[in-house]
Ligand binder design. Structure first.
Ligand SMILES: O=P(O)(O)OC[C@H]1O[C@@H](O)[C@H](O)[C@@H]1O
Length: 220
């Protein structure tokens, strides 16, 4: 029996490892341990953006020190594999708000190809891919970021709007026409990123945009 367990551990070395804290634990659920699960405050909250392009906008967890650290590691410390537990977390809001019943496509906030080349991945695309696979709803890849811009987190609210003006483009209008789309990002702060993406999708005759982020540092 011990022998079989050792062989199993060799084949699946990360089976009981928490993706967040790396501890070895038996009660791993959705890739994370009980203690890390307890540290995440799921709120499934609606954000009111005063937008003519977004029908509903939500975030899943409170932006506390724990979440801030997880997102920092996911985006800046090469921990792309965190898309799995974070994708599971997003699904909670999707089911709670019935977003899976409301949309035809899953989209993500694109990053500029230069930024993606440096980071090696787009964190929002990985989340959207995970959600698309779980829900069996097609992934939309037609929204692109055509210019390299300053990172939003260096800017104040007013500059965040101007920074992204006209940078998102739909490559093929026929991909979005008459479609209801779930747009995914990691974090909402001012809401400008979601708004600019949604505007481009609606300009290309998408039917409705539902926005969802893991968390929000916006004061509402
Ligand atoms: O546009 P706002 O909501 O202010 O800022 C959020 C964006 O800023 C980036 O760091 C995040 O990845 C997200 O795309």
């Amino acid at each position: 029996m011990e022998y079989i367990k050792s062989v199993f551990d060799l084949i699946f070395p990360t089976k009981n490892l928490c993706y967040f804290c790396n501890e070895d634990e038996l009660k791993i659920e959705n890739y994370i341990c009980r203690s890390c699960r307890n540290n995440i405050e799921i709120v499934n909250k609606e954000v009111f953006l005063d937008s003519s392009f977004i029908s509903e906008c939500y975030y899943t967890t409170i932006y506390d020190r724990f979440m801030k650290d997880i997102i920092r590691r996911y985006k800046f410390n090469d921990k792309s594999f965190l898309y799995k537990p974070l994708g599971e977390i997003l699904l909670k809001t999707i089911y709670e708000k019935n977003l899976d019943k409301k949309v035809d496509l899953i989209a993500f906030v694109p990053s500029h190809r230069r930024k993606e080349a440096i980071r090696g991945y787009n964190q929002s695309e990985l989340l959207a891919m995970f959600v698309s696979k779980e829900l069996h709803i097609p992934l939309l890849k037609t929204l692109i970021k055509s210019n390299h811009t300053l990172d939003q987190h260096f800017l104040d609210k007013e500059d965040r709007k101007h920074n992204l003006k006209d940078v998102f483009k739909v490559k093929r209008k026929e991909d979005v026409e008459e479609k209801s789309i779930l747009l995914i990002d990691d974090i909402i702060t001012s809401g400008s990123t979601m708004e600019e993406c949604a505007m481009e999708l609606i300009k290309n005759e998408a039917k409705a945009i539902f926005a969802l982020a893991l968390t929000s540092s916006r004061k509402i």
